[in-house]
Design a protein around this ligand. Structure first.
Ligand SMILES: Cc1cc2nc3c(=O)[nH]c(=O)nc-3n(C[C@H](O)[C@H](O)[C@H](O)COP(=O)(O)OP(=O)(O)OC[C@H]3O[C@@H](n4cnc5c(N)ncnc54)[C@H](O)[C@@H]3O)c2cc1C
Length: 326
């Protein structure tokens, strides 16, 4: 399966065990998620952005080296000095925001990090670094010192977090206005770039109303909205995000915003309960509203849910439609 989502951050896992009383209760990743280095020469002129962050001393930040994580077994009140190394594998200069944050186990028991805008209160807040932003020339690496001050009253047990390098630096408009480029170019609901009048952004690079939708169809849908807005015309009705992907002969489709859901509803097939994945259609509900539908090898059924997702239909309507599939 090909992964086409670009990672915007590189992460170095940070684990502090105090008193070593409890066995680890967190499910850490096997190794930090990293952008792979380019595997071949880039076509001439193509901009390659690729980077990684790893504890200094790792043999290779993309392989399990001699240090896959910053891991310490210490007493409360301890101070640790260490460093991470930031690698720019690409062919363009990159500026990163460097910060530490806390980790937690999400509902699925998976390792997760608190959102970048949220202030850490645990191990992430114990870390200090000399600078918050750093620019790394192409093909270079930079060692970044870190200091970890464990509070004297820190509780016993595991404290898990991460150091992150996020390529979400602030940009500047022609008049010097600061532009928010965190997780894409910040735009309003019709693609107008916030803080830069007369400029619109669409597609993978754009974050409309706080959300990036990196799909083929979304880039086209957004372009249609922008064209209307540029001409001062009434924008077309909002479209529902949609993508499909053919993976090993299986068409996977998603309509809507599953990130807004708090429950999953099987609509067709038995893929959710151990049956064949092919032919399975799943609804995502936020309260009673259908916010997304995913289908696996069930193209003719998924398409029929588009209008329901667009209307925020309720669970009963979603079930009613599924019942007509026979
Ligand atoms: C391998 C792969 C598989 C994918 N599969 C699917 C899929 O199955 N379904 C789906 O919905 N989506 C898929 N996507 C995502 C989809 O391709 C993107 O969401 C979509 O192409 C975004 O369109 P865009 O116009 O925003 O960006 P792009 O299509 O990336 O276009 C940006 C263009 O800008 C050019 N450019 C970049 N920098 C500069 C510069 N400085 N000056 C001038 N030009 C520049 C680039 O060369 C490129 O041509 C896939 C993506 C990849 C990489």
């Amino acid at each position: 399966m090909s992964s086409w989502r670009r990672l915007l951050t590189a992460t170095a896992l940070l684990a502090v065990a105090l008193g070593a009383l409890a066995p680890s209760s967190w499910a850490g990743p096997d190794r930090p998620a990293q952008d792979p280095p380019p595997t071949s020469e880039s076509p001439q002129g193509e901009v390659v952005e690729s980077w990684a962050l790893a504890p200094t001393g790792s043999l290779d930040p993309n392989e399990a080296g001699n240090r896959t994580a910053l891991s310490y077994d210490v007493d409360p009140g301890a101070t640790i000095t260490d460093s991470v190394t930031l690698y720019n594998y690409g062919n363009t200069q990159l500026t990163f925001r460097i910060y530490a944050t806390d980790a937690f186990n999400n509902e699925d028991g998976q390792f997760d990090l608190i959102p970048g805008a949220e202030e850490p209160t645990d191990v992430g807040s114990w870390v200090t670094m000399p600078q918050a932003n750093i620019t790394v020339p192409p093909g270079r690496q930079v060692v970044l010192p870190i200091t970890l001050d464990v509070p004297a009253n820190a509780t016993a047990g595991d404290h898990v977090g991460a150091i992150l390098a996020a390529n979400d630096a602030e940009g500047t408009g022609p008049d010097g206005t600061a532009l928010d480029l965190t997780n894409g170019v910040a735009c309003g609901p019709t693609g107008r770039v916030l803080g830069l009048p007369g400029v619109w952004a669409v597609g993978d690079a754009a974050r409309w109303d706080g959300h990036r939708t990196e799909h083929w169809t979304s880039a086209g849908d957004q372009a249609a909205v922008v064209a209307h807005d540029v001409l001062g015309a009434e924008p077309p009705p909002p479209t529902v995000p949609y993508f499909w992907s053919d993976q090993f002969g299986l068409k996977i489709q998603l309509i809507g915003r599953p990130d807004r859901a708090d429950a999953v509803e099987p609509l067709l097939g038995t893929g959710l309960t151990g049956g064949p994945v092919r032919g399975t259609v799943v609804g995502y509900l936020a309260g009673d509203a259908l916010v997304a539908v995913a289908g696996f090898g069930a193209a003719r059924y998924v398409a029929r849910y588009r209008a329901l997702v667009a209307d925020g239909a309720d669970r009963a309507a979603a079930r009613e439609l599924a019942a007509t599939f026979g």
